[in-house]
Design a protein around this ligand. Structure first.
Ligand SMILES: [Zn+2]
Length: 85
């Protein structure tokens, strides 16, 4: 192989993307954790760092609404007729 040569402190490694045989010092760490050639390295997408919007804050206290009674003592609009069909 062409890349079979000795470099002190390094070892042969394979690019995770293209499979090319390189020395370990020539590969860079991908954000997913594996090692690739520098030309195959891609930065992490900025949308991965977007935080979800925070939910609206709650009021300090709440209480149920009080019942509202409306007094209706008005006479009916139509007088009651018991013989009506
Ligand atoms: Zn590669």
């Amino acid at each position: 192989m062409i890349n079979d040569y000795f470099v002190l402190g390094e070892f042969n490694a394979v690019c995770f993307e293209c499979g090319a045989k390189k020395k370990s010092g020539q590969l860079v760490r991908h954000w997913k954790g594996y090692y690739v050639c520098p030309q195959h390295n891609e930065p992490r997408h900025p949308q991965d760092y977007v935080a979800a919007p925070r939910p609206p804050s709650m009021p300090p206290y709440t209480q149920p609404p009080s019942d509202l009674f409306i007094v209706t003592n008005f006479p009916p609009a139509v007088p009651y007729d018991p013989n009506a069909t």
